[in-house]
Design a protein around this ligand. Structure first.
Ligand code: CTP
Length: 231
């Protein structure tokens, strides 16, 4: 099938997968993300003509054809790779499930078993998106919201708090959507108040829906810029 090249003018930076926060040299804190959704977006974006850089957390998935992959492990590594590559991009899609907490002081040596148990002291990890939003210029910023309850309310709050153009809300409590499965059901909210819930689709199909919204938003931006210029 010949595909449309409607993203030929875009350089898209995508984050995908989980992060791992070290407890000691052999143990870590992580989450259930596998990278499937972010990798599907990278694959579709390249097929539609975009230049694509994929900042990946630990993921067993193969690098999609044509995509430049940057491997990272911890949230700090992922967020600094994203920040470093941000000037390059024209759009950012943050599909990664970045950790919100990390062990405050990872042990240098493997922790030994003991009968008292172990209390982990977790330090917060700062949210990167508002910092990137401050350097936004003409870029389109798309985030994800992984939720187990009140999807729309929480996603809308994140859209505003993180100053995004669009947020893709994901109910990760379902067995046919969210982490580690090949299908997804998402609710896409944008900064103009549009809201749309997809039926159950393959992650490849959801990727195309998200990229369709990106194309539409870019067309809107270009139109408003052209209007400003012509006056
Ligand atoms: N994100 C980020 N920097 C972080 C954590 C998350 O930029 N340190 C991004 C994610 O990649 C995602 C979006 O923010 O696009 C929402 O992530 P999520 O974990 O759902 O939101 P949080 O703000 O962490 O809210 P909470 O965990 O309380 O639901």
């Amino acid at each position: 099938m010949l595909s449309r090249k409607d993203l030929a003018a875009e350089r898209i930076l995508i984050t995908a997968g989980p992060t791992q926060e070290a407890i000691d040299p052999v143990r870590f804190v992580s989450n259930r993300s596998t990278g499937k959704m972010g990798f599907a977006i990278a694959r579709a974006a390249w097929r539609r003509g975009a230049a694509v850089r994929l900042v990946a957390g630990p993921s067993a998935l193969a690098t999609p054809r044509g995509v430049e992959r940057i491997d990272t492990v911890s949230a700090a590594e992922m967020l600094s790779a994203t920040s470093r590559n941000f000037p390059w991009c024209s759009s950012l899609i943050m599909a990664a499930a970045v950790a919100d907490f990390r062990p405050r002081e990872p042990a240098a040596q493997k922790l030994k078993k003991n009968s008292r148990g172990l209390a982990l002291d977790l330090a917060p990890i700062a949210d990167e998106l508002p910092r990137l939003a401050a350097r936004k210029a003409g870029r389109i910023l798309i985030g994800f919201a992984a939720e187990t309850e009140d999807l729309e309310v929480n996603a809308l709050d994140k859209l505003r708090r993180k100053r995004l153009d669009m947020i893709v809300g994901n109910d990760v409590s379902r067995s046919d959507a969210g982490f580690a499965v090949d299908t997804n059901i998402v609710t896409i909210l944008d900064a103009d108040g549009h809201i749309e819930t997809t039926p159950k689709l393959s992650k490849d199909e959801v990727a195309d829906v998200i990229l369709d919204r990106l194309v539409a938003r870019r067309a809107g931006k270009t139109r408003s810029t052209a209007l400003r210029v012509s006056r």
